[in-house]
Design a protein around this ligand. Structure first.
Ligand code: PLP
Length: 396
């Protein structure tokens, strides 16, 4: 019942009645929600009825996104956060205690690595990095106070695979939480809960939203009690997302399956095409027979690849500059999962802080590029690469 139906005071003016309803989720930017009486509010806080109070605590647009990603992951009760890093932070800082130890994959997303290397140790949480494709290396890093292992399924930018099932078995044996950042692979390629993971993280910013116009994250635990802790931590620390960002992300999610399938098919074709070009030294793609983790890739991704292709030009920084300049119509930009194809050059961006020896150990030279394949016409895209690579490797 609305007390001010004629709208003579400032708030609230009720919406006009309608026997029909919108097909698009309404955007609900309201920061606060009004209740009828203190008793009604009590009923809400006690959980007898569902209702919103204050948007940092939750709002319809975030809930709609959470419900959709929950369904994709085969999960329940996921939390949407203001960025992918907010989700990583909620999991690491919301669930670990001072004195705990956590093991991370040694090729995690750059900011996740930084959180592990700088911020957790400052709070007395010790960290170790190890190769997530090598269960025995991970096992060797386990200590009595280890609580958690955090990995990504496919690493950036060398596209190496984590042994998710092997790590799940190790975690079960040792009583650890296995946390999988599924951003690169998405639930279209792998659903980590089905392989024994305990917590799944996404940067919705990337493929799930898919249009590079919104920054959001998501985290969900299999255990409802851990989900409650993630939710309370993100509400208390203000990691909550904005309704408009959630509204945009939902719009992106509606076409996610189609976008993923198209980008992946194009990426596989582009990888094979690049491997035939004389200016290309090496191509990395999970389904190619020369991929170092082919067996793992087939076991985990079931013949699928992903929308990312990495390759090495025959040439140095000058060739890399020439290629970026000549790759007309592709954005040279440090993100992934956009509708348009983007190029990244790890030596000058994500991996610039490493020494060139450390980069060389990872196989990242000045000629190394990571391609996030978008939705362009596959033949047109191949043509752009053919031309730009020929130009770059001749002029250098
Ligand atoms: C981008 C990314 C993140 C961080 O997400 P943001 O939305 O940029 O904060 C975390 N993990 C992976 C694998 C990513 O690619």
């Amino acid at each position: 019942m609305n007390k001010n139906a004629r709208g003579s005071l400032i708030r609230p003016v009720p919406l006009p009645d309608s026997a029909s309803w919108p097909v698009v989720t309404p955007l609900s930017p309201s920061v606060v929600y009004a209740s009828e009486t203190p008793d009604a509010l009590d009923a809400q806080y006690e959980g007898a009825v569902h209702g919103y109070t204050y948007s940092r605590e939750g709002h319809p647009n975030a809930d709609v996104v959470a419900i959709r990603i929950d369904a994709m992951e085969g999960a329940e009760g996921g939390v949407v956060t203001s960025s992918g890093m907010a989700a990583v932070t909620a999991v690491l800082m919301g669930l670990l205690e001072t004195g705990d130890h956590v093991i991370g994959g040694n090729q995690l997303y750059g900011r996740s690595l930084r959180l592990m290397a700088e911020d957790l140790p400052r709070l007395g949480i010790n960290t170790t990095l190890a190769d997530p494709g090598d269960v025995e290396a991970m096992r060797a890093a386990v200590r009595p106070e280890t609580r958690m292992i955090l990995v990504e399924v496919v690493s950036n930018p060398t596209l190496r695979l984590a042994d998710i099932e092997g790590l799940a078995a190790l975690c079960r044996e040792k009583g650890l939480l296995l946390v999988v950042d599924n951003t690169f692979t998405t639930p279209r390629a792998i659903r980590p809960f089905e392989l024994g993971a305990d917590i799944v993280i996404h940067s919705i910013t990337k493929l799930l939203a898919g249009h590079s116009d919104v920054m959001l994250g998501y985290a969900v635990a299999r255990d409802p009690e851990l989900n409650d802790r993630l939710r309370v931590f993100s509400v208390t620390t203000g990691l909550t997302p904005s309704p408009f960002d959630c509204w945009l992300a939902e719009r992106g999610l509606l076409s996610f399956d189609l976008r993923y399938d198209r980008a992946q098919a194009t990426a596989a074709a582009l990888a094979d095409h690049l491997a035939k070009l004389p200016g290309v030294k090496r191509v990395i793609y999970p389904t190619r027979s020369d991929h170092p983790d082919l067996a793992l890739s087939q076991a985990l991704l079931k013949g699928q690849g992903c929308n990312m292709v990495s390759f090495e030009l025959n040439g140095d920084r000058a060739a890399a500059n020439a290629f970026a300049r000549a790759a007309d119509g592709l954005s040279f930009a440090p993100t992934l999962g956009d509708v348009g194809t983007t190029l990244s050059h790890p030596a000058s961006s994500s991996h610039r802080a490493l020494t060139s020896e450390n980069r060389a150990a990872l196989g990242i030279s000045e000629g190394f590029f990571r391609v996030s394949v978008g939705l362009e016409d596959p033949e047109a895209l191949k043509q752009v690469f053919t031309t730009a690579i020929a130009e770059a490797t001749v002029t250098s």
